[in-house]
Design a protein around this ligand. Sequence first.
Ligand code: HEM
Ligand SMILES: *[C@@H]1O[C@H](CO)[C@@H](O)[C@H](O)[C@H]1NC(C)=O
Length: 324
Amino acid sequence: MDLRAIVVGISLFVFSIGAEGQGLSYNFYENSCPQVEAIVRAALQPIFLTDPTAPAALLRLMFHDCQVQGCDASILVDPNEKTVSSEMAAGKNFGIRKRESINILKAMVELECPQQVSCSDILVLAAREAVAASGGPEIKVPLGRRDSSVPPNYKLADSLLPSAAIGVDGMLQLFAKKGMTVEESVAIMGAHTLGVTHCLNILNRLSGLDQGGRVEGMAPMFEAFLRINCPQGSLTSNASFVLNDPTTLTFDNHYYNNVIRGHGVLGVDAEMVMDPRTALAVKRFAADQDGFFQAFSSAFVKLSSSSVLSGNQGVVRKICNALD
Ligand code: HEM
Ligand SMILES: *[C@@H]1O[C@H](CO)[C@@H](O)[C@H](O)[C@H]1NC(C)=O
């Protein structure tokens, strides 16, 4: 072994220690597919151009994949005779869209680097690009995730994904398990600066009134707006929706100004403003977009690195929506 081999060996060793303790690293595809990030970015451009709501869908897709046993691309697997059902059968995955676009990205990556890059890494990269393309921070993400090789489990997904009715307590517990601070937990909720909420997920909040006959923490005009757009007992509740944020296509800190004004769509939005544990961070992010971007970026890395498969665990799937 010559000296150069020894030096290379030592620097690899140093990198593997520094990488989140999860077997991920910032130079994982340096030799096997150095152009992977550029391929994903380029392949997303036509997808974002033809559907401006795709970034929101991809960001939520990453959350719902990573929240269930770590990002392992299990949410992408379609049902067949062997898997019988899919993670998409989980009620909490209602409204999940754009799974098929990860297949497109994967096909582009396979052309240049066959059997090298996992579907789970591509999914995390797509979410990262979704944030940047919407005007949000450019987040550096460590790579090296492996894909699950076992059938996805919709019951597990339903038990691990948060309910639309979750409060601050449940929200903080959820993200503490991913290693997030309270600030980072408030920051990751800022993902709701993008996208929509279907009426199905709002009706419960609109029917639970306080002693004054109001929805707690909601501005009266906004309540009236939601009641008109999402009437109780409507047959179209699964199809109709409201915007999470008036600037729904832009990744900005309007979400926090919005929730402070009582225009938050979910119950946890209103609670975050009132709870002393979270109120300060909400106010800080409403006034300081750079601070929000920074905290969101570190929260994003924690969410997407926690409990992942790496090394010899799992597989690198060839097609993202099938196990084999
Ligand atoms: C306590 C935690 C959370 C709860 C209770 C929650 C709940 C929800 C609900 C009910 C919707 C509406 C879905 C629909 O009706 O179509 C939604 C949408 C969305 N969520 Fe969350 N969420 C949480 C955390 C997150 C996180 C951590 C992210 C990303 C990092 C995220 C990203 C999104 C996005 C981008 C949308 C819009 C999706 C679209 O327009 O298709 N959420 N969320
Ligand atoms: C609406 O969606 C929910 C949750 O996925 C489902 O249980 C219900 O059957 C759907 N209702 C209609 C009318 O499709």
